[in-house]
Design a protein around this ligand. Structure first.
Ligand code: 5AD
Length: 346
């Protein structure tokens, strides 16, 4: 199995079958080797630096009804809120003082946030904090909208593809959503000039190693600047309430493979990973991640933005606890840095 990892690392030529074999036949040695190599490559590019992003969860309203997600439109029990532009600015102000130089505005697909409103928010953030990057994670929008938000100053956009296999996409989403549209959005975002992030959940219902192999091939081809992956975690008020959570080791192994395949990628150790396991965030770093995204949302809304059950929002997850996070990273030999943390120029 080690030769598969070396091939991935040196030639970037692993085939679909190769990926599938590697995933299905991996053993403890292969796992350890992949993580060791991933850490080595991350070290060569980023040293011991870990970038932080302040996550502002702007809205729990969503027009979509994805079967896995706690804020799906069909979940009548979900508490809904949306932040006003002033509240978003306040979050950024607090984040700036804490040392954040990237703000991620994430939310459900909420039509209240028109291009006009978002453009003004982005311009205000850029005016008040010109040394900061703005990342958007607001789902599918038109090409024109992506262009306008980029022109207003947005730097990056996160839009997970969720799964690169058509048939699996159908299992996770209602009929009005399509993988083709998702892919078009990712293409539009790249063309508009954003640093783009894609990604998927590990262990989502019906997922096979063949699907994961397809996800890895898709990422290799897209070659995004950022990749977000985390375990699927069930939410009690969704059709997948009784599905098992994704696996920790498989998630860590995939993170390592992504680092090997896309050496410069900005790779967050996600909240979902931290929710699955108390040491999840740390384990992610030790698998090749170089980004963490603490929660900067106003404390009153954090328990309402529930994509899955038991989401962590306090302790190390909270942006206010940045000192604790710094300490935790130092314990494993890493350093949180106060910087925009852009994708390195080639
Ligand atoms: N478990 C894990 N991740 C989830 N997401 C949505 N619902 C869940 C869940 N139940 C992820 C999706 C989405 C991102 C913002 O959160 O991949 O793109």
């Amino acid at each position: 199995m080690k030769e598969y990892i070396d091939r991935l690392k040196e030639e970037h030529t692993l085939t679909r079958e190769g990926f599938e074999t590697l995933l299905s036949r991996r053993d403890a040695d292969t796992h350890a080797y992949a993580l060791e190599q991933a850490v080595k490559i991350r070290q060569q590019i980023y040293g011991r630096d870990i970038y932080i992003r302040g996550l502002v969860e702007v809205s729990s309203y969503c027009k979509n009804n994805c079967y896995y997600c706690g804020i799906r439109s069909g979940n009548k029990k979900a508490s809904r809120y949306r932040l006003t532009p002033d509240e978003i600015l306040d979050c950024c102000r607090e984040g700036y003082q804490l040392g954040f130089r990237t703000f991620v505005l994430q939310g459900g697909e909420d039509a209240w946030y028109t291009d006009e409103i978002l453009t003004a928010v982005i311009q205000d953030i850029k005016k008040d904090f010109p040394d900061c990057a703005v990342t958007l994670s607001l789902g599918e929008r038109s090409k024109e909208s992506y262009r306008r938000l980029y022109a207003a100053g947005a730097d990056r956009y996160l839009l997970r593809h969720e799964t690169a296999t058509e048939e699996h996409y159908r299992k996770l989403h209602p009929p009005n959503l399509s993988l083709t549209d998702r892919k078009t959005c990712l293409k539009d975002l790249k063309e508009a000039g954003y640093q783009v992030g894609a990604g998927f959940m590990v262990g989502s219902p019906g997922q096979t190693y063949a699907h994961l192999a397809e996800d890895l091939l898709f990422l290799r081809k897209l070659s995004p600047h950022m990749v977000g992956i985390g375990p699927f975690l069930s939410h009690q008020d969704t059709p997948f309430a009784h599905e098992p959570n994704g696996d920790l080791d498989l998630t860590l192994f995939l993170l390592a493979l992504i680092r090997l395949m896309l050496p410069k990628v900005l790779l967050p150790s996600t909240t979902a990973l931290g929710t699955l396991h108390p040491e999840g965030r740390k384990l992610g770093i030790l698998a090749g991640c170089n980004v963490v995204m603490p929660n900067l949302s106003p404390s009153g809304v954090r328990e309402k933005y529930l994509l899955y059950d038991n989401k962590i929002a306090t302790g190390l997850e909270a942006a206010e606890s940045i000192d604790l996070l710094k300490k935790q990273m130092e314990e494993i030999g890493y350093k949180i840095v106060c910087a925009r943390g852009d994708y390195p120029a080639s």
